[in-house]
Ligand binder design. Structure first.
Ligand SMILES: Cc1cc2nc3c(=O)[nH]c(=O)nc-3n(C[C@H](O)[C@H](O)[C@H](O)COP(=O)(O)O)c2cc1C
Length: 304
């Protein structure tokens, strides 16, 4: 009997769609054994791409506070089937799973689709996905899904280069290399090579045994942890909590506060984070074993 695989995702640029499709390819290659269904989450009112700058920053409070929008119902073929495996593609907006993903998870459709089903999460982000994955782990647990693997693809350029290229890409649509800046996003080679993770998933799926899936994915480069970025994310979450609540509460001052937030965010990236980096390096000898433990945990799929 054919096994049913669901590939669910949202994408604005097409990057995540390319990634999840490549991961699903080994299953597609054996159409007699596997039936692959694709479900691209659709919002009733989608976000624009490329993003007008003010809309990009105005999305921050709802993104960070995980306030959902309305999604269109998933197609019948998704609602009426029981899946044997789900490949769950998501991206991060403001250190949090994106609004379309949160909207799906909070929609009421998610539990029926995810319940008691093995899930492999696949993120395609700039580079700060680690604490979003922790937030997603909680949703999956509450929805009774079984997280069995995680793949986190990122832009491997340094943190500053990728800020510049992603802002250019998201606000103008221009992804290609230009001037001294490289192309934005996850490299073409890595996207094209994502099929190797699909092969690994398929092997464990066929054996119906997932205990060694995540260690094997990690061994093959599926999850890189940069300890400095974890530190930035921890600080970022604290500060975002304050900003997002302030902006939501002071409704009448929202346009002005969003402008301040934008200035603050740029200062945080270009001024505060290099200072944090200096302390991060200075503290390396003292915190080595703690950071190693943290890295091992974040590469895994368990929830603390
Ligand atoms: C509003 C917004 C906020 C984002 N915030 C983050 C972030 O906090 N961390 C990160 O690694 N990437 C961030 N990204 C990049 C996305 O995770 C994603 O890689 C990129 O938008 C590609 O789009 P797609 O997956 O919809 O095609 C952000 C993107 C948008 C549009």
């Amino acid at each position: 009997m054919q096994k049913n695989i669901l590939v669910l995702y949202y994408t604005q640029t097409g990057q995540l769609e390319d990634i999840v499709k490549n991961i699903a390819q080994p299953f597609e290659d054996k159409k007699d054994e596997y039936n692959v269904t694709y479900y691209s989450i659709k919002l009733k009112e989608d976000f624009p791409f490329p993003w007008p700058g003010d809309v990009f920053f105005n999305t921050f409070p709802e993104s960070y506070l995980q306030i959902p929008s309305e999604i269109l119902p998933p197609p019948e073929e998704v609602l009426n089937k029981k899946f044997d495996l789900i490949i769950f593609g998501y991206q991060v907006w403001y250190l949090t799973p994106s609004i379309p993903i949160i909207s799906f998870l909070k929609s009421g459709y998610a539990e029926d689709i995810l319940r008691d089903t093995p899930v492999v999460t696949v993120s395609g982000t700039r580079n700060m996905w680690m604490l979003s994955q922790e937030k997603l782990k909680v949703y999956l647990k509450n929805l009774n899904a079984k997280l069995v693997g995680n793949i986190a693809l990122v832009d491997r350029h340094d943190n500053y280069t990728s800020v510049l290229t992603i802002l250019r890409w998201l606000t103008t649509g221009k992804k290609e290399k230009s001037g001294i800046l490289p192309a934005a996003g996850i490299s073409d080679e890595e996207i094209a090579g994502a099929g190797k993770y699909g092969m690994i998933i398929k092997k464990h799926f066929d054996n119906n045994h997932y205990d060694n899936l995540q260690p094997e994915l990690v061994k093959n480069g599926a999850v890189e942890i940069r300890p400095f970025l974890v530190r930035v994310e921890k600080v970022g979450n604290k500060i975002f909590t304050v900003w997002s609540n302030l902006i939501i509460k002071k409704k009448e001052k929202r346009p002005l506060l969003i402008k301040f937030f934008k200035v603050y965010l740029m200062a945080a990236i270009w001024i505060i984070s290099p200072i944090v980096l200096v302390f991060h390096i200075l503290l390396a000898p003292v915190l080595r074993s703690k950071r190693l433990k943290q890295k091992k945990y974040l590469q895994g799929i368990n929830l603390k």
